[in-house]
Design a protein around this ligand. Structure first.
Ligand code: NAP
Ligand code: ZN
Ligand code: ZN
Length: 334
């Protein structure tokens, strides 16, 4: 019976070390030893919940259940936000299982385990092989952050001829710049200040605009797609005039309340708002292949996988000091 350490959120937001026990492996279950976990902005939303945290996992297979078909002990795999789905509904059958009504996702299911932990048990069907070109630490942030931004561009057919705006150079944003640039798009970045300009340009941005205090921007040619990856809702009035006719906005940020948008500019220019949520498994796999082929990697700050390490990483993210994705690693490797 596997038993392992997990790190949970709590009512007052402090990180709690705890343990989880699982029954013997059945069906296509896989026991993993975790070697790295990204810290996603969404984890900060759950830190006041009594649940195991972390959903950008990477690890090594330790044991496999009786119907595991492809993985064996020693294989390097990752996993992300979704852990299971019904496999039979219209969305599962069309490769959009992230929208399955019976999906099991972070924050709503399997609250006893996450990627801030020593081990985890997941279905083989929801694990992804890590390409040789990526280390576990580099692969972990791709399991949610990378998958999410790749999915918006790929699932919704953004063309290589598109001019793509990215708002926010954080964990998601710095990966979005790389994916869009390698897809051939013309990438325009919007960030609070100029402090991340040099890095954003190195990652593939063509142009960079600091937005703090601005009520209007002149960016020349307008954008065909806009990925909103800030941790707060943006000032929509600043961005609507930058949208080309028939363009699309992906509000990727997780936020509470309503999405309030300028009404007439939306109508008059045929602008679409496209919700997008992590990545179905096929897109997720294609994302990993694409990242490996094009040398797309997150820029990391490492922290130890301990109560103190997680607390410090969360604080670094909150303070806006993360450059650009925090990754927790077991102490022996830190
Ligand atoms: N839809 C999905 O499937 C999905 C998946 C994963 C994450 N998310 C959500 O996506 C968002 C970004 O996640 P992340 O992990 O990339 O977070 P992150 O690393 O904290 O990056 C967010 C960026 O937003 C900007 N920002 C910070 N504070 C801000 C403020 N007060 N107002 C406006 N902008 C601010 C900063 O960029 P600049 O310094 O460049 O301004 C920061 O780097 C989060 O809301 C997360 O929950 C959604
Ligand atoms: Zn389904
Ligand atoms: Zn995430």
């Amino acid at each position: 019976m596997p038993s392992f350490t997990v790190y949970k959120g709590s009512k007052d937001g402090s990180i709690q070390k705890s343990s989880t026990s699982k029954p013997e492996l059945t069906a296509d279950q896989v026991l993993l030893r975790i070697t790295a976990s990204g810290l996603c902005g969404t984890d900060a939303h759950y830190r006041t919940q009594d649940m195991a945290l972390g959903h950008e996992g990477a690890g090594v297979v330790e044991a496999v259940g009786p119907s595991v078909r492809y993985l064996k002990a020693g294989d390097r795999v990752g996993w992300g936000y979704e852990h299971d789905c019904c496999g039979a509904c219209q969305w599962c059958l069309s490769g959009r299982e992230t929208y399955c009504p019976e999906r099991a996702i972070y924050g709503l299911a399997n609250l006893d385990q996450g990627s801030f932990a020593t081990h985890a048990v997941w279905r083989e069907a929801f694990l992804f092989r890590i390409p040789d070109e990526l280390s576990d630490e580099e692969a972990a942030p791709l399991m949610c952050g990378g998958a999410t931004v790749f999915n918006a561009l790929h699932m919704y057919d953004i063309q290589p001829t598109a001019r793509v705006g990215v708002i926010g150079v954080g964990g998601l944003g710095h990966l979005a710049i790389q994916f869009a640039a390698k897809m051939g798009c013309d990438v325009v970045v919007f960030s609070g200040t100029n402090s991340k300009k040099e890095e954003a340009m190195k990652l593939g941005a063509k142009e960079f605009f600091a937005t703090k205090g601005k009520t209007e921007l002149d960016i020349g040619k307008k954008v065909d797609a806009l990925l909103v990856t800030t941790s707060m809702k943006p000032d929509w009035n600043l961005y609507f005039p930058l949208m080309a006719p028939d363009s699309v906005i992906f509000p990727i940020s997780v936020a509470e309340g309503n999405l309030e948008l300028p009404y007439m500019p939306l109508l008059l220019n045929g602008i679409r708002i496209q919700g997008s949520f992590v990545a179905p498994r096929l897109n997720h796999r294609q994302m990993l292949d694409f990242a490996a082929r094009h040398g797309i990697k997150p820029i990391l700050m490492k922290f130890p996988m301990t109560t103190e390490g997680i607390t410090e990483a969360m604080q670094t993210l909150k303070d806006g000091r993360m450059r650009y994705r925090g990754v927790l690693v077991p102490e022996t490797k830190a």
